[in-house]
Design a binder for this molecule. Structure first.
Ligand SMILES: [Zn+2]
Length: 311
């Protein structure tokens, strides 16, 4: 399910599985990016780097602009899958409505985004502005080493909505932690590991752990590509090589998650959202071959993004 409607899995091409095309969060003051022309330029560079689909994992209340996302997708010639759901607690102000409203309303808001259209003001006001731009994945978040009580409420809403709509669930794992606990909790809520994408797992570059998580059925996204402060890109290549040696690379995805204005070329920053296709994939192909690139960039994310009915 893309922002321009349903697309056959075979049409997605290479998938960048973790980006943000618009973002604003109190956790990153001064680093927001909401300019449509600049985001479209960034998306066009991603398209030019050989990528056909971007998964925008921006959750509720963090600056989603559904109508502009649809225009951006058309303008850049890129498939865009939008998200709904709730991030980890740190991304919402103390008095945010998501902390206050009932479980039923938490669920209804996510389901509306998935089944009819994302609110045009990103649920920022009391009167929704309907759009027909539907979300195609649920995004949730957990804190460092644990799922807090309010995050668990958001997990319940997100899991139930994902099951009803047949979409996958992506989860922010803070510094790559609490991954087993997240899979356990989602399983209790009815979401099987093979419908879960664990984000930021490369921040915790523990090959044994990654093999355990994929052996449970989960998908991992290595999403610090090009963000060198977290470590050299070579460590991601090493992780992929280790997973491929264990026959588990078919559950790996890639992304850059350059979720700051200062990391986007359109704002004069770097490395730019296209760093994955422009710089990393050629290295990956040289090291491990084209078939492996196809597996990680096309087959794994396509399987995850396919809508499941009665799953
Ligand atoms: Zn992100």
């Amino acid at each position: 399910m893309t922002v321009l409607g349903p697309v056959a899995a075979s049409e997605l091409g290479y998938v960048d599985a973790h980006e943000h095309l618009f973002l604003r969060t109190p956790a990153l003051p001064g680093d927001e990016f909401l300019d449509e022309a600049k985001s479209t330029a960034e998306a066009a560079a991603v398209r030019a780097s050989g990528i056909g689909t971007v998964v925008d994992l921006t959750p509720i209340g963090l600056g989603r602009r559904p109508a502009e996302l649809a225009k951006l997708a058309a303008g850049a010639g890129l498939h865009v899958v939008a998200a709904t759901g709730y991030h980890r607690s740190a991304h919402y102000p103390a008095a945010h409505w998501a902390r206050e409203v009932s479980d039923d309303l938490l669920l209804d808001i996510v389901l509306t985004d998935l089944t009819s259209g994302i609110d045009g003001r990103d649920w920022a006001g009391p009167r929704p502005v309907p759009t027909t731009v539907r979300a195609g994945i649920v995004k949730l978040g957990a804190s460092y080493q644990r799922i807090t009580a309010e995050e668990d409420r958001w997990f319940r809403a997100g899991a139930q909505a994902a099951l009803q709509a047949g979409v996958a669930v992506a989860v922010h794992c803070e510094t790559g932690t609490a991954a087993h606990e997240i899979l356990d909790r989602l399983a209790e809520l009815g979401v099987a590991a093979h419908r879960v994408l664990l984000c930021h797992t490369d921040r915790n570059a523990d090959l044994e752990l990654h093999r355990e998580l994929v052996s449970r059925g989960a998908y991992l996204v290595y999403d610090t590509v090009g963000r060198i402060k977290y470590g050299p890109d070579s460590r991601i290549l090493d992780l992929i090589e280790g997973m491929a040696a264990a026959g588990l690379a078919d559950h790996l995805c890639l992304g850059t998650d350059v979720g700051r204005r200062s990391m986007l070329r359109a704002y004069g920053g770097g490395p730019g959202m296209d760093v994955l296709g422009r710089a990393f994939l050629p290295r990956l192909e040289r090291r491990l071959g084209r078939d492996l690139v196809d597996l990680i960039m096309r087959d794994a994310p396509t399987a995850l993004l396919a809508l499941a009915r009665g799953d």
